[in-house]
Design a protein. Structure first.
Length: 138
């Protein structure tokens, strides 16, 4: 039973785990938290937008790569209370696999975008290593 009646603001986000040829697409964050660290493409779900639509939009904005929403599959919801130092964030993650590597172009709040071999990932921001592992296990 929950006894704490403190109001908590919960923010809604979407992330994308895009695979191709044994690699995963990551973006370098342009601002805090985790400025200059690698992360999955993703961001806030806008008013009136589904997490599925937000995931496709954020992927395109941050990497220049377009994946139709019909090709995205939900990995799950990630909602650990401490997953983001800014406060409570709940993210729905999606995955897709491209037949070949496509050259990304960083945009929006990403300072870089590149493909990383799955067996040589950098230290990822937030809980994104957990999200990549969950998507890879599917």
């Amino acid at each position: 039973m929950i006894t704490d009646t403190t109001d908590e603001t919960i923010r809604y986000t979407a992330d994308v785990v895009l695979f191709a040829a044994g690699h995963v697409l990551l973006i370098e964050r342009g601002w805090d938290p985790f400025k200059n660290r690698w992360a999955l493409p993703g961001g806030h779900v806008n008013t009136g937008e589904s997490s599925l639509d937000a995931s496709a939009r954020e992927l395109e904005e941050e990497s220049g790569i377009t994946v139709p929403t019909a090709d995205l599959r939900q990995v799950g919801a990630f909602d650990a209370p401490d997953r983001d130092p800014r406060g409570r964030y709940v993210s729905v993650a999606y995955t897709a696999t491209l037949p070949a590597l496509v050259e990304p172009t960083a945009g929006d709040d990403a300072t870089a975008a590149r493909w990383w071999p799955l067996d040589a990932l950098p230290d990822l921001a937030f809980d994104h290593a957990e999200i990549v592992a969950a998507a890879a296990s599917r």
